[in-house]
Design a protein around this ligand. Sequence first.
Ligand code: PLP
Length: 368
Amino acid sequence: MSKLIPVTQPFLPELNEFTPYLEEIWGNRWLTNNGPFHQRLEKELGKYLGVRHVSLFNNATIALITSLQALKISGEVITTPYSFVATSHSILWNGLVPVFVDIDPNTFNIDPKKIEAAITPKTSAIMPVHCYSNPCDVEAIEAIADKHGLKVIYDAAHAFGVNYKGQSLLNYGDLSILSFHATKVFNTFEGGAVISPDAETKLQIDRLKNFGIEDELTVTAVGINGKMSEINAAFGLVQLKYIAQAIEQRKVIDHHYREKLAEVEGIRVPELSKDSNSNYSYFPILVESSYSLTRDELYEKLKKNNILSRRYFYPLISNMSMYKGLESASVAHLPYANETSNKVLCIPIFNEMEIDDVNLIIDLIRSI
Ligand SMILES: *Cc1c(COP(=O)(O)O)cnc(C)c1O
């Protein structure tokens, strides 16, 4: 049997590159709570990403939850059902009501033309997702938010290193949240960050992720423990040295798939955005009814050949038990999100993927 090809694989620098960082942690015995590596990673990420205020977190889910707290969001939050479940969970976890709006079938992002119809007197925020690193229509979303006095919190878990019209995509909206989970392009094993527009907001986020502690004697908010440890931060610093190279390697694989799969009857390869760069974090294809197999049959066929693909995002959040009772969760209200969720398959892409394996996958998809 041939070797297993995973859908993604974290890129790990040589172990001996990480050793001096561990020795430094052992030496200074500062393990967490805004240690030296934590401070350095915040600075270096800010430089690399082109953003001013980075607050590191232990994961993106806690960062999303904290962001909703920081902006004192109440009532209803408009969001997309076509995402990883953490997006909507962060809303429910705050005792808020997610209101689902359908996606644009070409970008997979929330369709701004449908947002206004979902606004009620209870709406206080919009939480869009830059799906597969495609930028949302940030201008249209900003115009709607300004008109109705709403906050915008971007779940930017897929959008590491994406620039839009000459600046970081993460500079749009009131806050943006990154994930550094092991499966993401840039990882710290577990981790995440909130990007704030100003120092005052960053200070507030930093307090909230540290139990709401202001100083030794003062706790000013019901905070949480969202801190990143020194080990994770140090690993992030090592990753950061190679991230540009890793994204370039992904780009080669993306373009190879794109070229070879373009002509396959019934397989649609979504186009990359022309207004931004991609980080090639995922390679989604849509299995149309004109293809010789259903999406699930193709998934099984690949699996039989030791290739793991992922139905990402399926099931749709709005169809999960804790959401499907909501009025906005009905299938009729979300036709494109449901259709995409039933057709999508993310096929393997990671920086160390061998071109022979890419070709093997292409051949399996082509052969009938
Ligand atoms: C990965 C992901 C998250 C959750 O990130 P964690 O760091 O694992 O908590 C949230 N939203 C989206 C869109 C994601 O892909």
